[in-house]
Design a protein around this ligand. Sequence first.
Ligand code: CP
Ligand code: NVA
Length: 317
Amino acid sequence: MSFTSSPMHDGVKATDFIDILTADPQWLGHLLALAKNLKAAHRARQQNTAGAGRVLAMIFEKPSLRTRVSFDAAMTHIGGSAIYISPSEIGLGSRESVPDIARVLSGMCDAIMARTFAHQTIIDLARHASIPVINGLSDNSHPCQAMADVLTVQEEFGALEGRTIAYIGDGNNVARSLLEACAVFKMNFAIATPDAYRLPERDFQAVKALYPIECLITNDPRQALQHADAIYTDTWISMGQEAEKAARLPIFRPYQINADLLSNAPKHAIVLHCLPAYRGVEITDDVMDGPQSRVFQQAHNRLHFQKALLAEIFSPA
Ligand code: CP
Ligand code: NVA
């Protein structure tokens, strides 16, 4: 299927996957359907050769469990392989410039997945690489996560249109990609954050300029989850924010997903968390391990969405 990036990131290629909002919505819908099929095929142990002989370079400036393992496993499942490149050995922007790294990898590998601090690093990799570049999380966004989240909601409820995702906690990279995914898939988005940790107004404006979306923005978690079909949280201290931990914890405490807060939500609502979870901090054990939790299904869906993305990237146009 052909697809395009929007001009929002000037100079990136149509095959780059940098943000939900810059991807073709039809392509995203196609990837979601393909992920569902590939998940069924995986369970049936069917062979897949979409990435035979292909190599994925995986650049990490930050730690990872899910992203690293799911991309590596996905490449193996489609007949290719992945190379993990740690922050210390590559020296992104210090040992070697980002454009030079992009140029070198373009002659040795077939795609790059990067997890970075600055979002601009991913855009610069995409601009200077002749091979597709995938955002595996930046300080700005986490689009592969949001697509796995949408797949999880779809598995639970079927049709996505009109469903409501209520995000409770920090207005961060995960929240931003989730907002964008809700817009693309015609879901409503409710978000409760402390006032000082809201997603900036420009994020809502950017989404609303492209899609009609109902957003509820509040500092009251009870209000946000009143009509929720899925309740979502993430760490209050993202990678790179460790020095803010002492200041953040008391501010975010009222936003913990616990049984008391959950009692205000519709009974059918599921609970999501991108993981890693800090149990007893942003989410309690009883909720995380309780009947409404879908957090491990959600984590497993990273594999299936990313396999769809890689299979598409490697398929002939
Ligand atoms: N959710 C997620 O991206 O997990 P990792 O940081 O372990 O990759
Ligand atoms: N917001 C978190 C997500 C981890 C998957 C972080 O950036 O650390």
